[in-house]
Ligand binder design. Sequence first.
Ligand code: FES
Length: 329
Amino acid sequence: MSIVTLSNGKKFFCETGVTLLDSAKKHGVVLEYSCRSGRCGVCKASVVGETGVIHHDESALSTEEIASGFILTCCRTALTDVRLDIEDLGHFAEIRIKTLPCRVDSFRRLADDVMEVVLRLPPKDPLNYLPGQYVDIIAKSGVRRSYSIANAPRQDGKLEFQIRQVEGGVMSQYWFEGLAGNDLLRLEGPQGTFALRNTSPTNLVFLATGTGLAPVKAILEQLSANPALVTGKRVWVYWGGRHAQDIYWVPELGSLPISFVPVLSRPDSSWEGRTGYVQDVLVQDGVDLVDAVVYACGSEYMIHSAKEKLVKSGLPHKNFYSDAFVSSN
Ligand code: FES
């Protein structure tokens, strides 16, 4: 058993063969994470001490990062006592991860390949979560997939999801061909640390591609319900798709001071809106990134490209929060 020390002095034990991320969680310490599979890079940390890779390859790290002593806490275990240059997320520790039964309350197509599914939970056992987090949904067959919750907590406790069809996907087959009202499923969550964490800069920018809109919509609902959080701020939402049919949502958020910019990468000739990639359009618009915080959710490509581009354009490194959608069949 090794001792792990964080940069704010917090310590926890890491058992042999258990990842740093899971060991922290087991001891009530929440570290930043998203995919838990080595692909998104959200759990990156610089380490002093010896670590071993287990379960997953660290595909999100570049050769240079590995050479400079960076590791992914979702992939590595500690072989000796180690120090990590990251802090824990104290307020997430109060949120308990639960496994709950749930039923399909309603569903409808938002686009040809996107289904909105609303799940209801046992009335006496609501899910306590932060807008932006995700849950694992577990089918009767035992197959599980991660989906972001698309709404801020509601009075009736129901959870909305925006589910994209994945060609050949086992779970997709259920959502798009087998789904029926009142179906019984299970969910485990809430998971992830993508949530509103910093609203101090003047510009709050949300970048989404595809169904990466779901957690952004949940956070916007949170802001809409608490407009004081964005008094004196500007809120930008850049949402990217390929074709016009991918833009299946328009904001209805009361008096929230929001600039909504849909962006298409492969528009047909009738499209009069912005074209290209969300991160490029944001930079073209001249939003002051030095005084901004960016929350990005969507494809791995968008997340990596946006981070690199926006930091080069003045965004402070620590003001980029992301949740990459990594697909599985
Ligand atoms: S790479 Fe570790 S949480 Fe995604």
